[in-house]
Design a protein around this ligand. Structure first.
Ligand SMILES: C[S@@+](CC[C@H](N)C(=O)[O-])C[C@H]1O[C@@H](n2cnc3c(N)ncnc32)[C@H](O)[C@@H]1O
Length: 243
């Protein structure tokens, strides 16, 4: 038996995925509203920048991992057009259902697959682009997931990891106050769930920082890795090229 972290708690590895599922089952109906409230709408800019860096072309095949309510999958679908293909995936059915409903409301029907990023049900070299936004942090075996993302990419394919990261020192105090005091209160008021938003703040602190994640991606087969800090390092976009 081996232990891992769930926020600041140490839990049996076999238990983490169940605990993470509980978080997203609970927050799914209010997920989009909470994203806007918590980030003051900034998550839209972070995702828009991800799209810009991805530079998806018409006809590209894109895999969105931990796609949740589908922000990125929907945006990529516009970029790749009818000749391309975007597969919207997540381990959590409740999150995927919310995403699928939003897409159908927008007149979009994308292939949607419930799957674990650590064991992707896709053949080798089947996507030019793989994206994972705010998902890697929640995975139990991050290296296994990154290796899977590498496996399903074509040669010279691109992985984009958008994730919370380490903030610049001058922002730390205010950011900690906001994360540990304000977020749980907001979570309680809007989603009726303070614990899930406490987990969010804790899981960010336990996630590898910019350089550590870069090294991890290199180890998992990405010959070139770079990162772009956003909002003073609140979020970083890591770009890995399979080469
Ligand atoms: C914070 S949400 C991000 C949703 C979306 N990508 C976004 O940016 O709004 C994190 C997502 O990661 C998913 N997730 C957690 N562990 C996963 C795993 N092992 N495989 C696939 N998805 C996972 C959760 O179910 C959840 O939907």
């Amino acid at each position: 038996m081996s232990n891992t972290h769930f926020g600041f708690e140490s839990v049996d590895e076999r238990d983490k995925a169940r605990r993470v599922r509980g978080v997203f089952d609970s927050v799914a109906p209010r997920y989009d509203l909470m994203n806007d409230l918590m980030s003051g709408g900034l998550h839209r800019a972070w995702k828009a920048y991800t799209l810009l860096v991805a530079n998806a072309q018409p006809g590209d095949r894109v895999l969105d991992i931990a796609g949740g309510t589908g922000d990125l999958a929907m945006a990529f679908a516009k970029k790749v057009g009818p000749a391309g293909r975007v597969v919207h995936t997540d381990i959590n059915e409740a999150m995927l259902r919310c995403g699928r409903d939003r897409m159908l409301d927008a007149g979009l029907a994308l292939p949607t697959v419930v799957c674990d990023a650590e064991k992707l049900p896709f053949p080798d070299a089947s996507f030019e682009l793989v994206t994972v936004a705010f998902g890697l942090r929640n995975m139990t075996h991050k290296e296994a997931a990154l290796a899977e993302m590498n496996r399903v990419l074509t040669a010279r394919g691109k992985l984009l990891v958008l994730e919370f990261s380490r903030v610049a020192k001058p922002l730390q105090k205010a950011y900690d106050w906001y994360s540990f005091k304000v977020l749980p209160l907001l979570g309680q008021a809007v989603a009726g769930d303070a614990d899930s938003y406490r987990y969010l703040a804790e899981s960010i602190r336990m996630h590898p920082g910019q350089d550590e994640l870069k090294a991890m991606m290199r180890k998992c087969g990405f010959g070139h890795v770079d990162y772009h800090n956003m909002t003073g390092g609140v979020v970083a976009l890591h770009v890995g090229i399979k080469c």
